[in-house]
Design a binder for this molecule. Structure first.
Ligand code: MV4
Length: 449
């Protein structure tokens, strides 16, 4: 078992990993930028190393400084969290070369799943349902026209190096195809340095339902059921829940089996998430596979009573999984609390938290790194806390979320608490009848003064 784990991340996920390390009797090393000197993960880790100035490129993305921090503290493993270097194949490789265990996917696996067209080809080989469309990358525009005719409009053009919607274009008729092809490739080239495109039949008003999986070093995998992440704004998840209100026992069984089949086919090791698009007829299709722990992992932990960070560490240390699958015993909802102003188009609102009251009570979990007096630096993403409520039924979990949001006091900055409070009263959310289109029509009601 590892003696010391360096957490190559910051904020709430660094706190999350440190907590499980302490419970497992593993020493923890925090790394921080000069902007994070007063951050909570620095205070709770057993050791802390400053790895550079505020800009991520000079600190949390600076591989040489992170490896150096691991060397001088004699860490035998690195947990990358999510974001930053968590899906960076080069970093995974460098850890391997330095004989520091990367608690994540191998460089080969990251590359294979990071290239969306190749990931899809792999899934087709594995027998996982995929959206009909091109066989891999489209070589030129002539082929693009042909594939679109074979697929049938509307189609979705996607960047192979993409993800999160960049370089993606919906095309409803042939006359719009050329502009879409050219603008998508330009956007992808600019964002990823790669303009490979593939095509799929457009799935209208899909839900985003993902399956948590864990694979071990013996090539076995299990699933821990689904998370519904359909409520997104500009490809940023705002809230997630499990079980999905759209799920049936049969669909859960079929999606879980498909996700396990995918993981075992590629001999996936560690925690991963297989993302699916689900159409209104409950057909599900492979979208992407994430080779990292995800922001929204706590709702799964809550309903199956399982520590996913602990499992990541055990699997990385070679401990086999039990092999059984896990099904939700409760209902859990996560609201991402961001330092953004929902009354002003969710624009960032960094600054000093002058007063903070964190909600609590039965069935309320808060994963956060902030405290009263904390200054939120402008350099990193705006999420300051994850508010998670868990109860026997969805109605009770929503009710508990409303009570917790009403109790949540954050002064000195604007947050998305008022947005989530209104969301919990929205008829389409409350009825569970929402898709990835939900936020297109959502309007904030002005605050009562
Ligand atoms: C799609 C789709 C409809 N049809 N693919 C968005 C980013 C990336 N995860 C893939 N995405 C989509 N792919 C086909 N064939 C609709 C989306 C999509 C979406 C998917 C999940 C969650 C939110 C979304 C928001 C807009 C579009």
């Amino acid at each position: 078992m590892f003696k010391k784990i360096l957490i190559a991340n910051r904020g709430e996920i660094a706190m999350r990993v440190i907590r499980t390390c302490k419970e497992m009797g593993i020493k923890s090393v925090a790394v921080y930028s000069t902007a994070d000197a007063e951050s909570l993960h620095v205070r709770f880790a057993d050791e802390a190393v400053c790895i550079g100035p505020a800009p991520s490129s000079e600190s949390y993305l600076k591989m040489s400084n992170i490896i150096a921090a691991a060397e001088i503290t004699n860490a035998d493993a690195i947990h990358p969290g999510y974001g930053f270097l968590s899906e960076n194949a080069k970093f995974s490789k460098i850890c391997e070369e330095h004989e520091i265990k990367f608690i994540g996917a191998s460089a080969e696996m990251i590359d294979r799943m990071g290239d969306k067209a190749s990931a899809k080809s792999t899934m087709i080989e594995a027998g996982v349902p995929c959206v009909p469309g091109s066989e891999g990358v489209i070589p030129d525009f002539e082929t693009c026209i042909k594939v679109a005719q074979e697929t049938g409009y509307p189609v979705m053009l996607k960047a192979s190096a993409g993800g999160g919607g960049k370089g993606m274009r919906a095309v409803w008729k042939e006359e719009d195809l050329q502009n879409a092809w050219e603008s998508a490739r330009q956007e992808s080239k600019a964002a990823f340095g790669n303009d490979d495109m593939y095509m799929e039949k457009l799935i209208e008003e899909p839900r985003h339902i993902e399956i948590q999986i864990v694979g071990d070093s013996n090539g076995r995998a299990c699933h821990l059921s689904e998370r519904d992440c359909s409520v997104q704004r500009r490809h940023q998840k705002l809230t997630e829940e499990t079980p999905s209100p759209f799920m049936t026992d049969e669909l859960r069984k079929n999606m879980g089996e498909a996700a396990v089949k995918a993981a075992e086919y590629i001999k996936y090791e560690g925690a991963g998430t297989v993302e699916f698009l689900v159409d209104k007829h409950r057909n599900f299709y492979f979208m992407e596979m994430n080779t990292r722990i995800q922001v929204e992992h706590p709702i799964t932990e809550q309903v199956v009573d399982y520590d996913l960070i602990r499992e990541q560490i055990l699997v990385a240390a070679g401990v086999p999984i039990s092999g059984k699958n896990y099904y939700p015993q409760l209902h859990s909802i996560e609201c991402r609390i961001n330092a953004e102003d929902p009354y002003k188009d969710f624009r960032p609102s960094p600054g000093k938290i002058t007063n903070l009251h964190i909600p609590g009570g039965h069935g309320v979990r808060i994963d956060t790194h902030v405290y009263s007096g904390y200054i939120i630096p402008p350099n990193y993403d705006s999420m300051i806390a994850k508010l998670i409520t868990t109860a026997q039924t969805r109605e009770e979990a929503i009710n508990k979320m409303k009570r917790a949001l009403d109790e949540f006091v954050v002064e000195g900055i604007k947050t998305t608490v008022p947005f989530h409070r209104q969301l919990m009263d929205h008829p389409d959310y409350v009825s569970g009848n929402y898709t990835t289109k939900f936020m297109e029509d959502f309007e904030m009601a002005e605050p009562e003064n």
